[in-house]
Design a protein. Structure first.
Ligand SMILES: NC(=O)c1ccc[n+]([C@@H]2O[C@H](COP(=O)([O-])OP(=O)(O)OC[C@H]3O[C@@H](n4cnc5c(N)ncnc54)[C@H](OP(=O)(O)O)[C@@H]3O)[C@@H](O)[C@H]2O)c1
Length: 330
């Protein structure tokens, strides 16, 4: 495993990490999730991602129990949570000071931890002034309940606003963003966020590196049983697995499969290693609904070197989706 700095911070994070969305509680019970977490940790993973909303809080409960039993030194692993959707009440969602402070306390209780290492604003809240959110994050960190804060799926303008408010008011600025990034979803990470990389070397903890499973190749002949796409509770993800856009993507994966085969690696490894080639990425958060997937994915770190410039060009030809940069009028 290799470790990267989280943006412009002194924190080192494993380039592959492990998250709990969809899988913890809804696909895996505590025992299975425990095997996955131990496989990840033994493979050098030091970061585990969570959110108050995952499985209605149960993903944090499971992770907390597993961490407690593991007995790992607290200084040797990183845990995150994300705040936005904490419940149905009008003040249980969003990024008000009230919800951030109460949401973090509830998450820490479920995780049975004194602090999380990384704390994310799970989405932008257009009803709350950004200054209120920046001040609440600053307060949480000063209380010792988190070490670093950042955003998830925020537009670059809002990230820059948060950064400038923090600097102007002598508050703690955000250091990272958690965006979706994979071979099929590139615009924000490769183009839109450039001002934040330039201004404060924003780190990225990227999600859905396999596009929820599409990039594994398992959807070539319809939707197999026992996969994310077959889960009733997650029908809102349907557009990823069926329809015109999905069909185009599945065809691209069919063309990528021979490249993986020639390199002697699996399709998930190819897709994960491709994300790792982007140096702005601090960590690729992987997901696994079975321990053997975790084992397969961990090997991506060793095969990065196989993705030479020539191989990357071949992949680019198949993907045919390189985002365009804004015109330079100088
Ligand atoms: N900030 C945000 O808004 C946000 C949003 C989403 C996710 N996340 C974070 O990012 C993490 C990763 O996202 P993700 O779960 O969508 O990642 P992903 O890598 O795109 O999808 C993971 C899924 O792909 C399948 N898979 C994984 N490895 C495989 C392998 N080797 N062979 C075959 N199938 C494999 C499994 O699904 P099957 O059950 O179908 O086999 C697995 O659950 C989440 O756990 C969460 O922590 C954050």
């Amino acid at each position: 495993m290799e470790y990267r700095y989280l943006g412009n911070s002194g924190l080192q994070i494993s380039e592959l990490s492990f998250g709990s969305w969809v899988t913890f509680s809804d696909q895996m019970d505590e025992k299975k999730a425990e095997v996955c977490m131990h496989t990840a940790y033994d493979g050098g993973v030091n970061f585990f991602d969570n959110a108050e909303v995952y499985a209605g809080g149960n993903a944090e409960l499971l992770m907390g129990n597993i961490l407690k039993r593991a007995g790992w030194k607290r200084s040797e692993y990183l845990v995150s949570t994300k705040i936005f959707w904490g419940g149905e009440g009008i003040n249980e969602r969003g990024l008000s000071r009230k919800h951030i402070v109460e949401g973090v306390d509830n998450s820490l209780m479920r995780l049975q931890l004194d602090y999380v290492d990384l704390l994310f604003c799970h989405r932008p809240d257009y009803q709350t002034p950004i200054e209120e959110t920046v001040r609440a994050m600053n307060y949480i960190i000063n209380q010792g309940k988190a070490f670093y804060w950042g955003t998830s799926e925020w537009p670059v303008e809002s990230i820059m606003e948060a950064y400038h408010i923090a600097r102007r008011e002598h508050l703690i600025p955000p250091v990272m963003e958690q965006p979706e990034y994979n071979m099929l979803h590139r615009q924000r990470v490769e183009v839109d966020y450039i001002p934040a990389y330039d201004r404060f070397d924003m780190g990225l903890t990227i999600w859905s590196p396999l596009g929820s499973g599409i990039l594994t190749g398992k959807y070539s002949n319809g939707i197999p049983k026992d996969t994310r796409a077959s889960l009733e509770k997650y029908t809102y993800l349907e557009g990823r697995f069926s329809g015109d856009r999905a069909e185009t993507n599945i065809n691209k994966v069919k063309e990528l499969a021979p490249i993986a085969q020639e390199l002697g690696i699996t399709m998930p490894q190819l897709a994960l290693a491709w994300c790792l080639k982007n140096e702005q990425v601090s960590t690729v958060i992987t997901g696994a609904s079975k321990p053997e997937q975790m084992e397969d994915n961990l090997k991506a770190t060793d095969i990065k070197a196989k993705l030479t410039p020539k191989v990357m060009d071949r992949i680019e030809m198949v993907l045919d989706n390189q985002p365009s940069f804004p015109t330079d009028f100088r």
